[in-house]
Write a protein that binds this ligand. Structure first.
Ligand code: SAH
Length: 233
């Protein structure tokens, strides 16, 4: 008989990504994407994170909580294969999978201790705001770095050029925005977050991405991304 067990999150991630659309498809593709793991009661004593700062990177084990009621299928269509070809779910990093668990290697930034409660700041995240974190482990090069065969995903995705309109630039200059906000927008949009089937077509749609408390509007023009405007939410 299968051994069923119950696990509970040790914390929740606060992230600039308020919706799934536009979140990088893997960690460290947007190094400016910073998040804070707020450890929960029972897991947040400073002892829990003692010496964490001696590691530069961490593994996060987390839940794809936004998909929890959406089920999974044995075959999925990875965006990297154009969104048409089916592959076994276990041969992909699909977010619709049995148990809905995700795994990301992210950069450790710092431990924050406030009122004797610990939080962990990380960067290069590919996770939605509110993601439950089940475990944090140090990334260890001697056993975690492998010169591996990588199936349909041998290389990092190709990047597009991102330009900012005058309106967008003046918004960034005149408003109090988060640190590295412009860099974050650029790193995210360079990945071209549109669904795979849109990428080869002419597309004059204005897209909207919610980052922190801002709405970023953008379009694809001549195969480059143009940030047309930014609005506070
Ligand atoms: N590196 C992880 C995640 C890869 S998938 C792994 O391989 O397991 C990354 C995508 O997951 C993001 O682009 C976003 O669309 C989605 N995602 C991130 N956090 C999520 C969450 N809490 N619930 C559902 N989907 C999420």
């Amino acid at each position: 008989m299968l051994n069923k067990t119950t696990i509970e999150p040790i914390g929740v991630l606060c992230s600039p990504f308020k919706q799934k659309f536009s979140i990088p498809r893997q960690p460290r593709l947007a190094p400016a994407a910073r998040g804070i793991i707020k450890l929960s009661d029972g897991y947040n004593s400073p002892d829990m994170v003692r010496d964490l700062e001696t590691f530069s990177h961490l593994w996060l084990v987390f839940g794809f909580h936004e998909n929890s009621d959406k089920g999974w299928q044995p075959l999925v269509r990875p965006p990297r294969l154009g969104g048409n070809k089916k592959t076994g779910v276990l041969a992909t990093r699909s977010t619709f999978r049995p148990n809905g668990l995700g795994l990301s290697a992210v950069k450790f930034e710092r431990v924050i201790i406030k009122d004797n409660m610990a939080s962990i700041e990380v960067s290069g995240i590919d996770l939605l705001d509110g993601t439950p974190v089940y475990d944090v482990k140090p990334y260890i090069s001697y056993c975690d770095v492998i010169d591996a065969e990588c199936g349909f995903a041998p290389d990092a995705p190709q990047l597009k050029t991102v330009n900012f309109s005058e309106l967008a630039v003046s918004f960034l200059n005149q408003h109090d925005v988060p640190n590295e906000f412009e860099v974050l927008i650029e790193q995210i949009l360079a990945q071209d977050p549109r669904p795979a089937y849109k990428q080869q077509k002419t597309d004059d749609k204005v897209y909207r991405v919610e980052l922190y408390n801002f709405d970023v509007h953008w379009q694809v023009i001549d195969d480059c991304i143009l940030v047309t405007n930014i609005h506070p939410i």
